[in-house]
Ligand binder design. Structure first.
Ligand code: CA
Length: 632
């Protein structure tokens, strides 16, 4: 041994590194550049697996599998750089097999394909339900737990916290570090906006122009850290919800840059640029409008959501298979507890019905909420599985959950306006009057804001009384309440003035050197504490309340700007009173007699105060506040 010990170590390390580099180069410059999915699992309900192999002129070779495994289907496309190999995993006994690419009977390239074992009970995993409270995070803006990953050599958009639409450095580690905060708040499910690689040049922080669907963006961390987050959540009885985008990929996605088929994405002959870009007209009622003009429908569905978001063609079976397998891959790999799907009605709806069915066939309890941002409850309910409205149209989406955009739209104006025939609190009442349209009313997401909307606290100028009334509402009505990061400490941001970036400000305390840390309730400002403590109290109470999760609802027409409703089951009854007057209001309880038989008292969840509650009594509620009374 010529070298002293430490030096020798470095020498061997370097040897290993060079060897690795040689191997990587052989892989990258050789025929096989990508295999997707890179591995799969044994024992899936659907044993069919389609493996995409990408490499220069790969389709000219003969494909043979080791161990006499049969190729069930081999699809080649007009682009010689792709082959799609279908196998039946039930017919494969070993956990590793080889995909050999042959020329003149000689193997030229080979890939070792792995079939992993599934985790016990993987198929029957739990998913979010009306028992959960969903907390929506934009990971780039929440907390920077690992400053070393903020910028990446291979990824164009570098960290710049002074640029509102730039990458700010938040990541998965930052979320993992703050799980105590989230759990104490009462959140039980985390919806993260997309965290897969988005290598667009600018404004990539939102993640909706993904460029690699099998890779967590290195600025957020690694696939392993994503799994770590999911497992850490499960240990706390919480769930990770993935934001899935079926409608589009970023134009810098490697598959878009070398399309397998021209019709992989929607290209307009008279459109702009390399791919025939045309912007969507966003008129998604064309999905079921019986009077629709073909040109409008085509532009709505095939038009692109934005210039950097290539519009995928889910009616192409290869595209649909890719999207389906990729979603299942993430559920299985990252042990997901649910999904949220972006821009749902912009997709080919027949394709999406198959997509949702394939996932829920594989995972019967798995919940998926689709973003059908529409304004009529009939239109929204169309997208929920087993919708009677969609049945008229001969359609069933198979999508378990939708979002209550009607309530979202009506809530701020209901609280702002003076009451009138069709103004003020009656809007909330009317909104719930549409519940009969939904086949599963407990499985809809209720919210008053998200990462695309005005911040609620901005609309109401930071007045926590409005936040508290709105939070009371979404926490006690049917469905799954969803809150947006930072509102629980009163965060604001003006979309009208500052655009999207302003409603996605950094959470205070998420970055080293922040002047204030709101993750620790003790170092919150008194204003933040006011929001935080109310939120914490109501959400934690809700988490244990079956009557809220699954109970029935009876509501009373608002009078004098006061809205009253009851949630009840055979065991429990809760009375909610929302007073939108500046002044105290005294209610004559005789009007609610049909809900109060056998009731004598009620304890307010927030203040802990006892109230005498029976039809002979009166009940006084403070101005701009609510009561949540557990009735006895
Ligand atoms: Ca970071």
């Amino acid at each position: 041994d010529r070298f002293p010990q430490p030096v020798r170590c470095i020498f061997f390390l370097n040897m290993k590194k060079s060897l690795l580099l040689i191997l990587i180069s052989a892989f990258a410059f050789g025929q096989i550049q990508k295999v997707e999915p890179a591995f799969w699992w044994k024992g899936m309900k659907n044993p069919e697996l389609q493996i995409l192999v990408y490499g220069k002129d790969i389709s000219k070779y003969t494909v043979e599998l080791s161990d006499q495994i049969q190729v069930k289907d081999l699809t080649k496309t007009e682009n010689p750089n792709y082959v799609f190999i279908t196998v039946n995993t039930n017919e494969i006994n070993s956990s590793l097999f080889k995909i050999n690419f042959k020329e003149n009977n000689k193997t030229v390239y080979s890939y070792k394909y792995e079939l992993k074992n599934r985790k016990p009970n993987s198929a029957n995993r739990a998913s979010y339900t009306s028992k959960d409270v969903m907390y929506l995070i934009m990971p780039d803006r929440f907390a920077n737990g690992d400053p070393s990953n903020d910028s990446q050599k291979n990824l164009t958009d570098k960290a710049n916290r002074t640029e509102p639409s730039g990458r700010h450095g938040g990541d998965l580690r930052g979320i993992i570090n703050n799980l105590d905060y989230l759990q104490n708040l009462g959140a039980t499910a985390l919806w993260l906006t997309p965290v897969n690689e988005d290598n667009e040049k600018r404004t990539s922080y939102h993640g909706y122009a993904q460029t690699d669907l099998y890779q967590i963006d290195a600025r957020y961390g690694t696939n392993e850290e994503y799994l770590e987050l999911s497992q850490a959540l499960q240990k706390r009885g919480m769930k990770l919800v993935q934001d899935y985008v079926t409608n589009h990929w970023g134009i810098s996605h490697w598959l878009i840059k070398d399309l397998p088929t021209k019709d992989w994405i929607h290209q307009f002959p008279d459109g702009e640029g390399k791919y025939g870009f045309k912007r969507s007209n966003y008129r998604i009622t064309s999905q079921f409008d019986t009077n629709v003009a073909d040109i409008d429908k085509k532009e709505a569905l095939n038009g692109w959501f934005d210039t950097t978001m290539a519009d995928l063609n889910q009616s192409n079976p290869l595209v649909l298979k890719y999207l389906t397998q990729n979603a299942i891959w993430w559920i299985e790999y990252a042990e997901l507890g649910g999904m949220r799907v972006d821009t749902y009605p912009y997709n080919n709806k027949e394709g999406m019905a198959k997509w949702a069915k394939a996932i829920t066939d594989e995972y019967p309890n798995f919940n998926i909420v689709g973003e059908a941002w529409m304004y009529s409850p009939a239109h929204i309910s169309y997208w929920q599985k087993n919708s009677k409205i969609a049945e008229i149209d001969g359609y069933n989406s198979n999508l378990p959950s939708v979002m209550d955009f009607t309530l979202y739209t009506d809530l701020p104006s209901a609280l702002k306006e003076e009451d009138g025939w069709d103004k003020g609190m009656i809007k909330i009442y009317n909104s719930f009057g549409n519940d009969f349209l939904y086949p599963d009313i407990n499985n809809i997401l209720v919210f008053f804001e998200n990462h695309d909307t005005e911040r609620f606290n901005e609309i109401f100028n930071g007045d926590s009384r409005y936040y508290k009334m709105a939070l009371t509402l979404i926490s006690t009505v049917r469905g799954i309440p969803q809150i947006y990061y930072g509102s629980e400490i009163g965060m604001r941001g003006d979309k009208n003035k500052g655009g999207d970036a302003d409603i996605r400000r950094d959470f205070p305390g998420g970055w080293k050197g922040d002047s204030q840390n709101a993750f620790n309730p003790k170092t919150q400002t008194p204003e933040q504490q006011d929001f935080y403590h109310f939120t914490q109290k109501i959400l934690n109470w809700r988490n244990g309340k079956d009557v809220i999760h699954n109970g029935k609802t009876k509501h009373y027409m608002p009078k004098e700007k006061v809205y009253v409703y009851f949630r009840y089951n055979e065991k429990e009854k809760v009375m909610v009173v929302i007073n939108n007057n500046e002044k105290d209001q005294t209610l004559d309880l005789s009007r609610f007699a049909e809900s109060l038989s056998g009731i004598s008292a009620g304890k307010d969840v927030i203040s802990g105060k006892d109230f005498s509650v029976n039809p002979q009594n009166k009940l006084t509620v403070s101005g701009k506040s609510s009561l949540i009374l557990e009735l006895k």
